[in-house]
Design a protein. Structure first.
Length: 280
């Protein structure tokens, strides 16, 4: 009842589901259908279905290997076909948006958590596989999301835990932006921005809060005109330095159109109130 009241009151733009929300296929279909009735037709249901270990309901969905394995195979047709199969299953359940593909570029400094989530270390390969992933998702009726802009690959630390810093220059970032350019050209529906500080792009704060990176680089230079998502504002990189109200305000002001608050109902309520009271 508490969740239904919150959905009705907040009417979120999107709802993301995790493993904790699943007990069976009939249950998840009913949950999504009922939630859409409450939240309204504009509310999209999202999931992180990257492949490999980032598959929320592996026992109930078609097998979907890790991006690293698709990258090693370098077979875009196989990638597109697998993405279409995955999308059809997600669509049948009631999902609308897959928060994938990861288009980060692996580097020698990448956090170990990223290794199997990335297609590889070659920006051209990543671009090729990401395009196939996006088109396959679209073939199956599911929207896609390129993440994590402007690229998590060079970061040594994990934003889930603390705030990383990437000191590359704007010119050095070019190869890391290439997969995003290709994803946008392929018609990706959304882009997710990360919580990393890039002092040579904008020293004022993490990318999630940067007008220069979101409005200037992503919107202006790369020409992306669709929805821009923050990464989860409950991650350690944000919570160690900002309250949820300030985080929502900064992400909104920088150009994010959807702010993710994925864990605690209390923080979701506080974020919503901050939006409603004009503090954003």
């Amino acid at each position: 009842a508490g969740d239904e009241e919150r959905l009705d009151r907040i009417r979120p733009a999107s709802v993301i589901l995790f493993t904790r929300n699943f007990s069976s296929v009939p249950q998840i279909k009913t949950l999504i259908r009922r939630s859409k009735e409450i939240a309204g037709p504009r509310c999209r249901f999202a999931i992180d279905h990257e492949g490999g270990r980032v598959v929320r309901f592996p026992e109930a969905l078609p097998p979907f290997p890790a991006p690293r394995l698709f990258g090693e195979g370098r077979d875009p047709k196989k990638m597109r076909a697998a993405a279409k199969t995955a999308a059809r299953a997600l669509k049948d359940w009631g999902f609308d948006l897959n928060l994938a593909p990861v288009v980060d570029v692996l580097t020698p400094t990448s956090h170990p958590r990223m290794v199997d989530r990335c297609f590889g270390c070659d920006p051209e390969l990543i671009s090729e596989m990401a395009e196939a992933f996006i088109r396959g998702m679209r073939d199956g009726g599911i929207q896609s999301c390129a993440k994590h802009f402007p690229n998590t690959g060079p970061a040594e630390l994990d934003p889930h835990e603390t705030g990383p810093k990437v000191t590359l220059t704007r010119d050095q970032m070019d190869k890391f932006l290439l997969p995003f350019r290709h994803a946008i050209a392929a018609g990706v529906d959304t882009v997710m921005v990360n919580h990393i500080l890039y002092p040579n792009l904008d020293p004022s704060g993490p990318a999630t809060f940067s007008k220069k990176i979101i409005s200037g680089l992503l919107r202006g230079e790369l020409g992306f005109a669709q929805e821009i998502l923050s990464d989860d504002l409950e991650m350690g990189a944000i919570q160690e330095a900002y309250g949820i109200e300030e985080a929502v305000r900064r992400a909104h002001d920088a150009g994010c159109t959807i702010m993710l608050v994925c864990q605690k109902p209390e923080l979701q309520d506080r974020a919503w109130k901050a939006l409603q009271t004009g503090k954003v």
